[in-house]
Design a protein around this ligand. Structure first.
Ligand code: ARG
Length: 579
């Protein structure tokens, strides 16, 4: 469709004797695709041409040479590019049929690099349900940018540094009667749930014995000083965390090019602070070092009075290091909206330092996960509803529940799905349901954790979309006529339901570009729902498999299936073919 837009702009430019580049930005999509594929509003020309926009539209329509297969029609103040029915059908279907299952769909990001910092949880404790948000939104953004032709560098800024590791080392020692030798022997078999137990256990232990706080700080200081025992424990704790994290990432199809945790920047902090000082913006405040970043926001704390550096210091070092190593045009931070102030401060410091990275940085915030409480109200933390449960456990639960539905369906249809088919389908659809629930609404909207609704096969859910793909796949499996686009009589695809599908297919690339520009995967999820609905209406109204049905309909089904499959994979759901 991009080629068509260019041809339209070219024709207008010629008729107006104007530069094409300046016209391209004003091209819009008519509100109803029946009006045309693209439209040019004539308002901006009124002043120069001293005529009313409708008159201008009529004049241009009379002299423009319309691109092949199209006509340029004046409609009030607009010029619409109307496609001959067969042209839209040919273009939409053939471009869908040639979609690369993993490659890019558009080229808008060609030659540009985006760094996506996502998931980035704190190590040493289990992922709980709300961690799904950054993980799933970030992974979708990586694939979206990839689909728009960007080079993507996915980074996990693991929280692997800070006093909490002093606490863990201390608790580990306490569980071994403060015997280092003995604790080292056990280190090989430490699990993430051990770490979680110690993490949770520290607070009550310190309430009973207040000296523990100071001891934990000392252990962290030893870790910072690279003392062997502390270092060995810490390395093992991180390794255990990463192993468990990776299991979750595999299930979500979340991929990272680099795990560069906060500890990675430890030896770069002095240089970073020196750089801030050199920029002349580091100030002393009650013994601490800060950078003022504006009237209405608190200064960014760079070094505490006791010499300790902070989360922000490490983020500054990271932004600079990443920019030097990856040279990104955009750097996305997919982190909850609760950290907005932090990123405002960090980006403002970079700006004041005149770091080139400042312009690339974008915080991509998102809302909370809400659970239903005892009182029936939705709230942030609700243990009863499962929002406080470990993420892998919720994923398992989703798969088990979906498994029950699929098994029942298989029995009812007497299908030949094996147990292992059902198992893998349950995982794909169960996890896909959780993913879609996180992506279906604008990311700043809080999501609701209601497993029953999330796993439903009707409504705007993952299972609904995956089932739509299954239906199309099943039609194509039953088809006996060969698919032959070269011989297609495109003018036969002319019913209103067909047009609706074609219009939707023709917008795929545009939707991807819009989702990228807004860093908003929900634009693509909504597209998936639209496409599924339109295809449903088409197959409901028109016979596709009958002997006398035109084979062009099958081509349309295959085009829709391919597009839906590509959308699903970009979002992070598997395009399953049976269930
Ligand atoms: N570890 C942090 C947390 O769990 C998120 C890190 C996000 N990325 C960053 N560069 N600050 O809150």
């Amino acid at each position: 469709m991009n080629g068509l837009k260019k041809a339209f702009v070219g024709a207008l430019a010629q008729a107006l004797e104007q530069d094409a580049a300046s016209l391209e930005a004003s091209i819009v999509r008519p509100p109803d695709s029946k009006l045309g594929a693209f439209a040019f509003p004539c308002f901006s020309l009124a002043k120069a041409l001293r005529k009313g926009p409708p008159q201008i539209a009529a004049d241009i329509a009379a002299k423009v040479v319309a691109p092949e297969g199209t006509s340029v029609v004046a409609a009030g103040p607009y010029l619409n590019l109307v496609l001959k029915p067969c042209v839209l059908a040919r273009m939409a279907v053939t471009s869908s049929l040639s979609l690369d299952p993993t490659g890019s769909v558009t080229e808008s990001g060609k030659g540009r690099t985006v760094l996506v910092d996502y998931s980035s949880p704190n190590a040493g404790k289990e992922l709980v349900y709300h961690h799904i948000r950054s993980t799933v939104i970030g992974a979708a953004l990586c694939r979206l940018y990839g689909a728009a032709g960007w080079k993507v560098v996915a980074v996990n800024h693991l929280g692997d540094w800070g006093t909490q590791f002093g606490k863990l080392i201390l608790m580990w020692l306490r569980e071994h009667g403060m015997d280092q030798e003995k604790s080292l022997v056990d280190l090989g078999s430490v699990t993430l749930s051990d770490l979680n137990r110690m993490y949770v256990g520290f607070k009550p232990a310190a309430a009973e014995d207040p000296t523990l706080e100071e001891d934990a700080r000392l252990w962290f200081a030893r870790l910072e000083a690279k003392e062997a025992f502390a270092r060995t424990c810490w390395e093992r704790f991180i390794e255990v965390s990463k192993t468990e994290l990776n299991k979750v990432y595999v299930r979500f199809g979340a991929r990272f090019d680099h795990f560069l945790g906060e500890s990675f920047y430890e030896d770069k902090l002095d240089a970073t602070i020196a750089r801030i000082a050199k920029a002349g913006i580091l100030e002393e405040s009650e013994g601490a070092q800060v950078v003022h970043v504006g009237e209405n926001i608190p200064p960014c704390l760079i070094r505490k009075r006791d010499g300790a550096t902070l989360y922000a210091t490490r983020d500054l070092a990271a932004a600079i290091w990443r920019h030097e190593h990856f040279g990104c045009d955009r750097a996305l931070y997919v982190v909850d909206a609760g950290q907005s102030l932090h990123f405002k401060q960090v980006f403002a410091v970079l700006e004041r330092m005149q770091e080139p990275s400042a312009k690339a940085c974008i915080h991509v915030p998102f809302g909370l996960v809400l659970g239903k409480g005892e009182d029936g109200n939705w709230s942030k933390v609700s243990t009863r509803s499962g929002t406080g449960s470990p993420l892998p456990a919720v994923m398992d639960m989703a798969a088990v529940e979906i498994g029950k539905t699929i098994r029942a369906l298989a029995l009812q249809k007497e299908s030949d799905l094996t147990d292992s088919d059902i198992e893998s389908l349950s995982e794909s659809i169960g996890v896909g349901a959780l993913v879609f629930n996180e992506l279906k609404n604008k990311r700043l909207v809080d999501t609701k954790f209601d497993l029953e609704a999330i796993l439903s096969f009707s409504g705007d859910t993952g299972p609904y979309i995956q089932y739509a793909h299954v239906r199309l796949s099943s039609i194509l499996r039953k088809a006996t006529k060969p698919l032959n686009p070269a011989k297609a009589r495109w003018e036969l695809l002319c019913e209103p339901e067909t047009d609706a599908v074609l219009a939707c297919l023709s917008q795929f690339g545009e939707r991807i570009d819009q989702a990228v520009e807004a860093n908003e995967p929900s634009l693509l999820s909504q597209y998936a729902l639209e496409l599924a609905e339109k295809v449903h209406s088409f197959t409901h109204h028109h016979r596709v498999l009958d002997v006398d049905a035109t084979p062009e309909r099958l081509l349309l089904v295959e085009a829709a299936r391919r597009t839906l499959s590509r959308v699903l994979t970009i979002l992070g759901l598997e395009a399953v073919e049976r269930m």
